[in-house]
Design a binder for this molecule. Structure first.
Ligand SMILES: *Cc1c(COP(=O)(O)O)cnc(C)c1O
Length: 389
């Protein structure tokens, strides 16, 4: 090796490198796509049915129903229980927009509740306090790949006769007390958005449920409420999982366990190295509940003392990718202003939005890259501490 190479800065570490995972399965995917192409069955092809079966098995549910996106999965679940004007649906504010927009689009009212600061997931006590006579459903989100406390939430939902719908978009393969994400509620909503743990080559989603009648209704609603052809009992939507997506996802699903395991190894390696580097004194590494099988869609630290944005900038200057999931809580989004929420209403959510930073965690990340990230984080910390001294 020549000396200039040795003294060169550490190479960049992207937040996510989709290409690495995709390259390893390229030939298999192209063969699967060729088969779909030649068959001409671009909708309702056999790969869709096979994927639905496989995802139902993985999720421990009787049914899985493909649809066009995770956002549509949530919308369809709410449509299937006839949520509409005058209804309230309890959701976290610290989540991706789609959790609440589905509620809004049906003319119902999202009721935002605060989180448990340790897990970033909805706090069950606050969920229970938010229940009124108008509450129709609770949508907990398994944020970053760790399940919300589903045993407690299922009890609450049952006691009050309210539907429980899981936003499991970030949590395929996760579990709570060994019971899979998507099998606790009336329905589970999965996303195959490219950055999710099982990511497609575009949009895709799926619903899981143990309820036969609901499964049937979901399937009908996803197809214009039509059955038989050109007879419409409900006003549904057009939301389908393409055969080409399903064929790719089938190939990827066979690797999901191994990829999830790599994410877990990476997460634990971060924890160990952050501790060793002394960074754990001024950042908070993610809390992993002993009840959860965390699938690490994101590795999200907290940066105390108002230094999150400076750390992000520092990392960017050193080629380390990071992202803020999510910078603006939903209760403070402009579009939800008519709901009347104000800053201060959900303090734990608002603090999280100011402190969180997600670091690279994708399965193919090398140990060297993890070390590069931790070194960069630690260097910021020691610089900050000596500046403060
Ligand atoms: C990604 C995501 C969705 C939406 O999924 P799409 O497939 O992008 O529509 C919903 N909820 C959460 C928490 C997500 O992360």
């Amino acid at each position: 090796m020549n000396p200039t190479q040795r003294s060169a800065p550490a190479p960049a570490v992207p937040l996510l490198d989709i290409g690495r995972g995709n390259r390893s399965i390229r030939d298999e995917v192209l063969r699967a796509w060729e088969e779909v192409y030649d068959s001409g069955r671009f909708l309702f092809g056999p790969a869709v049915e096979r994927l639905e079966r496989a995802v139902a098995d993985l999720s421990g549910t009787r049914h899985a129903i493909g649809c066009a996106s995770g956002s549509d999965a949530i919308l369809l679940a709410l449509m299937a229980i006839d949520v509409g004007p005058g209804d309230e649906v309890i959701v976290p504010s610290f989540t991706f927009f789609a959790t609440a927009s589905a509620v809004w689009r049906l003319g119902a009212k999202p009721i935002f509740v605060d989180i448990d600061p340790k897990t970033f997931n909805v706090h069950p006590d606050l969920v229970e306090q938010a229940i009124t006579s108008e509450t129709r459903a609770i949508i907990p989100v398994h944020l970053f790949g760790q399940c919300a406390p589903m045993d407690v939430l299922a009890d609450i939902a049952q006691t009050h006769g309210i539907a429980l719908i899981e936003d499991a978009a970030q949590a395929i393969g996760a579990a709570w007390h060994d019971r899979p994400a998507g099998s606790w509620g009336l329905a589970g909503c999965l996303s195959f958005y490219p950055t999710k743990n099982l990511g497609g080559a575009g949009d895709g989603g799926m619903l899981t449920t143990n309820d036969d009648a609901l499964a049937d209704r979901l399937r009908r609603l996803a197809s214009h409420g039509m059955r038989p052809r050109y007879y419409h009992r409900d006003v549904g939507i057009n939301s389908r999982l393409d055969t080409l997506q399903a064929a790719l996802l089938e190939v990827k699903l066979r690797r999901l366990d191994a990829w999830t395991e790599s994410r877990r190894v990476n997460a634990h390696r971060y924890g160990e190295l952050m501790e060793h580097a002394g960074a754990a004194d001024w950042i908070e590494v993610p809390f992993e509940s002993p009840n959860a099988r965390h699938v690490w869609n994101q590795y999200t630290i907290r940066v105390r003392g108002g230094r999150r944005d400076a750390l992000r900038q520092w990392l960017a200057e050193r080629g380390v990718g990071s992202e803020i999931y999510y910078p603006v809580p939903l209760h403070l989004q402009e579009c939800f202003r008519p709901l009347g929420y104000q800053r201060g209403d959900l303090p734990a959510t608002e603090l999280a939005a100011d402190e969180v930073l997600s670091l690279p965690i994708f399965p193919e990340l090398s140990d060297q890259e993890i070390q590069t990230v931790v070194r960069a984080v630690a260097a910021f910390g020691s610089r900050g501490l000596s500046a403060a001294a």
